[in-house]
Ligand binder design. Structure first.
Ligand SMILES: NC(=O)C1=CN([C@@H]2O[C@H](COP(=O)(O)OP(=O)(O)OC[C@H]3O[C@@H](n4cnc5c(N)ncnc54)[C@H](O)[C@@H]3O)[C@@H](O)[C@H]2O)C=CC1
Ligand SMILES: O=C(CO)COP(=O)(O)O
Length: 320
């Protein structure tokens, strides 16, 4: 089956490079004709410097070649997925649609695979997620990801189609767990960055990651996720990666907040919108999500770092 990728950013391009180098003909769609021209003339994507685009990776700003593919990876930012699906509903019907973005849609309050299921009901929705930086994937470094698809047989087809020697996909039918793990770890990555940026120390970061994990589990369980999914690559695995690496944009954004430094607003930081979505969900469902709430308040400018820390430290002492 022909594979297409929507989204000419770092991740879409990295997946395209990895799959093309594995022998697949890949069709990459980027919305900007100028970005396509630049990729064609330099043979690179400026978001992935130093990575050569293989000849069997075709790039276009025309959606025609993309919609001729049976498997479409959706690597657009999470808050733009809804609009993409609504604009192209008819063309996307009946296809394998694999969300590669991480976040909770602020308008619909759903994760990417659930958004696909709701907006393109005739498609087969899936989610590709897990600990994997675009730069690592594009360079063929070993990575392990989760492919989540509610339809077991379709999940097996996607697992085979999208795995390469270096990029190993593990399969689950728990799309809710996979999409929430991937979304929530970005919020924790921002909090970890704040902790280090504000010089609270690495012990504090370890405490934050460890206390953040049950917070992720709590929200996911409310939506019916399986605990094992959260403990796997898409939850715990990605939490560890992004809370400890300066390659993570969410983490770097947190670092900047903690240091009271400016941060480039053009950078994709999915955790900021997700924190806001979680704050709303937690209020509605009466769930205790203290770290997510603090991150939402910080990114909104409703609190400052010392007050946020105090809010977390002054919580009642309880059993672990
Ligand atoms: N970069 C990474 O290492 C990884 C990224 N992801 C996820 O992939 C998703 C995309 O991230 P990146 O590619 O890294 O971001 P990026 O910032 O490199 O690229 C985003 C791309 O989306 C395009 N875009 C923005 N709005 C759009 C719209 N309305 N319609 C179509 N295209 C639009 C931009 O022009 C840009 O090319 C995010 O949800 C991120 O969490 C997941 C794993 C790894
Ligand atoms: O999700 C990622 C790695 O798994 C990428 O993280 P950032 O979006 O924070 O860079």
């Amino acid at each position: 089956m022909k594979i297409g990728i929507a989204g000419g950013g770092a991740f879409g391009t990295a997946l395209g490079v990895a799959l093309a180098l594995d022998g697949n003909d890949i069709q990459l769609w980027a919305r900007s004709a100028d970005a396509v021209k630049a990729m064609e003339s330099t043979g690179e994507n400026s978001r992935l410097p130093g990575v050569k685009l293989p000849p069997n990776l075709q790039v276009s700003s025309d959606t025609g070649p993309l919609f001729a593919c049976q498997i479409i990876l959706l690597a657009v930012p999470a808050q733009t997925l809804r609009d993409f699906l609504q604009t192209h509903t008819a063309a996307l019907g009946g296809k394998y649609l694999v969300a590669c973005c991480k976040g909770i849609d602020l308008e619909r309050m759903t994760g990417p695979a659930s958004t696909i299921r709701d907006l393109v009901p005739s498609a087969i929705p899936a989610m590709l997620t897990g600990p994997s930086f675009a730069a690592n994937i594009a360079r063929g470094l070993p990575t392990a990801l989760t492919i989540a698809c509610p339809d077991e047989a379709a999940g097996e087809i996607l697992q085979t189609a999208l795995s390469t020697t270096a990029m190993r996909l593990y399969r689950t039918t728990d799309t809710i767990g996979a999409e929430l793990g991937g979304a929530l770890k970005n919020v924790m990555a921002i909090a970890s960055g704040v902790t280090i940026g504000a010089q609270f120390g690495e012990s504090a970061r370890a405490a934050l990651i460890t206390r953040g994990f049950p917070e992720m589990q709590r929200l996911a369980a409310t939506f019916g996720a399986q605990p094992e999914t959260l403990a796997g690559l898409s939850g715990f695995g990605d939490l560890v990666l992004t809370c400890t690496s300066e390659q993570s944009r969410n983490y770097r954004y947190g670092l900047a907040l903690g240091r009271a430094e400016p941060f480039d607003s053009g950078t994709t930081v999915e955790g900021a919108a997700t924190a806001r979505a979680v704050r709303q969900l937690a209020q509605k469902l009466d769930l205790d999500m203290p770290i997510c709430r603090v991150v939402a308040d910080l990114t909104d400018g409703q609190t400052d770092v010392p007050t946020a820390l105090n809010a977390l430290l002054s919580r009642p002492l309880k059993e672990e």
